[in-house]
Design a protein around this ligand. Structure first.
Ligand code: HEC
Ligand code: HEC
Length: 431
């Protein structure tokens, strides 16, 4: 656990820009001078530097790391090309089917497996405790999936896309490829979004969160083992306050005399932290707010050179790739500016047939577990590994793995001449 040490609320209460009269037009195209990892135009550079430092800061056991975890900082995974980028780490998920529906085997610590543990520790002299680690082959698991680290560039713009825009895309899609807009209740009040409101989920390979603060709180807990509490209107929010335990359900309990962490007094000191919520305070824990702030102000990738001479886009549209990887230009206002951007995603989830990873929430039907979010293709040229489990570095193989609602586009791609296929691939590589 980490205590909230100072309030960023005042500094972060920057206007979203909606309703401002004299907005500056700042399309991604005229941000060409920006390198990957730079901030959006109009960002407070002091705050951005502080937020980036938090994102790359390596946590130790004394900070609350563990007892089980996947890495020691956000930036250690999200680091390709620039801080905030995609990464080489592939997380492990597992589960099984019980009576035909998904079971994430929560009693064994699933569905996310944490790969490391803090190891042996002595909370009091002479007391030998062990964090343990999650088993490589958890009891009962029959479904295994990898999840590649995705980039966070431009996600502050994605976060601001209106729900209606995403729903309208779904409504306009032909039934054969129509995606699903997943609703998600906002957990942390941050960035202008309020706990308890419902928004369209858009982040992660399976669209699990609608806000970057929620994703940050989730990642801090589940990737790094750092629990947090936040406040909303004086109420303590404990959504991200329960430690993962090796091969067990999450709990903060003392087990066999051993607490969950080296410094139980700090780690489980809810009383001190919850005391911070007095007086009707609304405040997201400081690190979580900084992580969200960093990602909110990361500029999106700019477009690269299209070696297909423009032919790739024609094929991309003709094969129906644009049905899901929409060529729509999205517009949002942020930092008192208008931003126009092309993520090449509808942010909907689609039944991808055999490409689906088979992971879901407890009780999900098999069809539901096959749903994957249309991967945003912007910035793909900066990434080597492709698809949710990073199974290939080849754009062609990634396309050929499409199935389910993506099968028709895949077949259309396969039917192209070699020259036309390379036009499509070159166009994708310009993103
Ligand atoms: C162990 C590696 C690892 C660490 C550490 C990590 N992440 Fe991630 N991150 C991932 C992976 C893997 C995914 C894709 C997860 C998924 O969708 O299932 C991801 C996805 C994300 C996304 C969603 C991006 C999108 O495509 O919509 C955000 C936001 C994010 N991480 C933020 C963070 C923050 C903030 C931290 C630090 C608190 C963090 N991550 C720490 C591996 C990591
Ligand atoms: C029915 C919707 C749909 C259609 C149509 C579609 N895709 Fe996809 N695409 C997806 C989804 C969903 C993913 C993520 C799949 C996964 O990894 O689980 C994806 C992933 C990709 C990736 C890998 C991206 C990454 O981040 O690794 C590429 C490249 C890609 N698509 C290109 C294409 C091309 C080219 C076409 C047309 C031939 C196409 N797609 C048609 C939904 C679609």
């Amino acid at each position: 656990m980490k205590r909230a040490q100072f309030a960023l609320a005042a500094l972060l209460a920057l206007p979203l820009g909606a309703g401002c009269s004299d907005l500056i037009d700042d399309s991604v195209a005229n941000q060409d001078s920006f390198a990957l990892g730079d901030a959006l135009a109009g960002t407070n550079s002091t705050l951005f530097a502080e937020a980036r430092a938090a994102f790359t800061s390596t946590e130790t056991v004394a900070d609350g790391l563990g007892p089980i975890f996947n890495e020691r900082s956000c930036g250690q995974c999200h680091n390709n090309t620039a801080t905030g980028g995609a990464g080489q780490q592939i997380e492990r998920r597992y589960g099984t089917l019980t009576n035909g529906v998904f079971n994430g085997l929560g009693a064994t610590g699933g569905s996310l497996r944490q790969l490391f543990g803090i190891g042996g520790f002595t909370p009091t002299p002479g007391q030998n405790c062990q964090s343990g680690t999650d088993n490589t082959n958890p009891t009962g698991a029959t479904i295994f999936a990898g999840r590649l680290t995705t980039p966070t560039f431009g996600l502050g713009l994605v976060e601001l896309i209106a729900d209606g825009t995403i729903r309208n895309i779904a409504a306009a899609q032909p039934a054969s490829i129509r995606g699903v807009a997943l609703n998600k209740t906002v957990q942390l009040s941050s960035g202008g979004f309020s706990r308890g409101t419902t928004r369209v989920a858009r982040f992660g390979w399976k669209a699990v969160h609608s806000s970057l603060a929620d994703f940050a709180g989730d990642a801090y807990l589940n990737e790094m083992g750092i629990t947090t509490t936040s406040c909303v209107g004086g109420q303590v929010i404990r959504d991200f306050a329960t430690e993962n335990r090796a091969n067990r359900p999450g709990t903060n309990a003392v087990i066999n005399g051993c607490p969950d962490d080296q410094i139980p007094g700090v780690d489980d000191d809810f009383a001190a932290e919850e005391g911070n919520c007095a007086g009707g305070l609304t405040e997201t824990q400081d690190d979580v707010e900084l992580f969200a702030e960093f990602m909110r102000d990361l500029a999106p990738p700019t477009r690269g050179i299209d070696n297909s001479g423009g032919r790739g886009l024609t094929e991309f549209n003709r094969e129906g790739c644009n049905g899901c990887h929409v060529t729509t230009t999205f517009n949002v206002s942020k930092n008192n500016r208008n931003f126009a951007f092309n993520p090449f995603s509808d942010f909907l989830v689609h039944d991808m047939g055999t490409l689906g990873d088979g992971i879901g929430n407890d009780g999900d039907s098999v069809a539901t577990t096959r749903r994957m979010r249309t991967a945003p293709l912007w910035g793909l040229r900066f990434r080597n590994l492709k698809l949710h489990d990073g199974r290939t570095s080849s754009v062609t193989s990634a396309i050929q793995a499409h199935d389910g609602q993506g099968a028709a586009a895949r077949n259309a791609f396969n039917a192209l001449t070699a020259g036309q296929q390379s036009d499509v691939v070159n166009f994708v590589r310009s993103m």
